[in-house]
Design a protein around this ligand. Structure first.
Ligand code: G3P
Ligand code: CA
Length: 325
């Protein structure tokens, strides 16, 4: 597995938080805050990221969209409607509320609302941000991760997802990370469902001499011959990529869990590791503590290297119990 066999060149300089390093050595499975602490607080907000960090996650995950004026903002959907109060403040544009139809200033006027099991507060937790439930820019998330790394003295990793297959997205992610001193040794992964996006980013990274690790999202395909590959989802179709091909432009795979058509198995993970790929799984969304512990344990026992968690405390608890064992 490649993940976090990374040199700890910056361990003695934690304040230079963009600078590389694996302050979690020796390697252990990583817990990624899926959209923040999205099971508890409004998703993709500084308040949600902070609660997840407080709960001990290794990474926070900003999903990224592009505003009308070209800013990268942290929000999952390509529309503002599901997660914000946009409909109470603005009329529809082009028949809806696409992020791409609103300027950053307009998006900043919105409040992110809780969804699913989320609420507007969490017992015993007061966010440090003055306005913790706004849509943050990618740069704000990076700055927040760095500030939290310094204040907690525990490096907070970043796991941005390019939600649009768009050169503006590619360049924005690479530029923002480079400007904040992230490099190949940093605690950072860039993820995408689009292999075209990742191949393009890898080419740009090679030209820029800054190969930040990339993760191909998809499903675990195992052929009749038992050979593992990655199913790249695009709409209703799944394109199958050999592991060797995926390893030629990325460092790992992020796989859909609990899918009966594309089950993740111990053998699948072993084959991915043999190809030099780290294996992460999404989404660990079980809210019941006992059921969640069993679900995490199942995938950890298979050798999974990282888990996207809606309930970060349950993910961290399960990981810690597994490591202690
Ligand atoms: O990025 C991994 C996982 O988050 C993919 O699902 O839809 O929550 O971005 P989604
Ligand atoms: Ca995501």
């Amino acid at each position: 597995m490649k993940a976090f066999s990374l040199a700890a060149v910056c361990l003695s300089a934690l304040v230079i938080v963009g600078c590389g390093g694996n302050d979690d050595a020796p390697a252990q499975p990583q817990v990624i805050a899926h959209r923040g602490a999205s099971g508890y607080l409004p998703e993709h907000t500084l308040g949600g990221y902070e609660l997840a960090i407080r709960m001990g996650v290794d990474f926070i995950e900003p999903d990224l969209q592009i505003s009308k004026d070209g800013s990268l903002v942290s929000i999952h959907d390509d529309t503002l409607q599901r997660t914000t109060n946009v409909a109470s403040l603005f009329a529809q544009r082009n028949g809806g509320y696409k992020v791409a139809d609103f300027t950053l200033a307009e998006i900043k006027s919105l409040t992110v609302l809780p969804t699913g099991t989320g609420k507007t507060s969490y017992p015993g937790f007061t966010p440090s941000a003055a306005d913790p439930f706004k849509v943050p820019t990618f740069q704000e998330v990076v700055g927040f991760a760095q500030a939290q790394s310094a204040s907690t003295r525990r490096r907070v990793g970043l796991y941005p997802e390019a939600k649009q297959a768009d050169p503006v997205m590619e360049d924005g992610i690479l530029k923002t990370l480079a400007q904040n001193n992230y490099g190949p040794q940093s605690k950072v992964f860039i993820q995408s469902f689009s292999d075209a996006t990742l191949r393009s980013m890898r080419a740009k990274q090679v030209a820029q001499n800054n190969k930040i690790p990339l993760i191909q999202l998809g499903v675990a395909v195992t052929g009749k011959d038992g050979v593992a590959s990655v199913g790249v989802i695009s709409g209703a179709s799944v394109t199958v990529l050999p592991l060797k091909d995926v390893a030629s432009f990325s460092e790992g795979v992020g796989l859909l869990i609990n899918n009966t058509t594309y089950p993740i198995t111990k053998d699948y993970i072993s084959q991915a590791h043999a190809a030099g790929l780290t294996v992460h799984g999404w989404t660990f969304a079980q809210a019941d503590a006992m059921l969640a512990a069993a679900e995490y344990r199942k995938y950890l026992d298979m050798g999974m290297d990282g888990m996207f968690a809606n309930y970060p405390d349950l993910g961290v608890g399960a990981r810690d119990a597994f490591v202690k064992r």
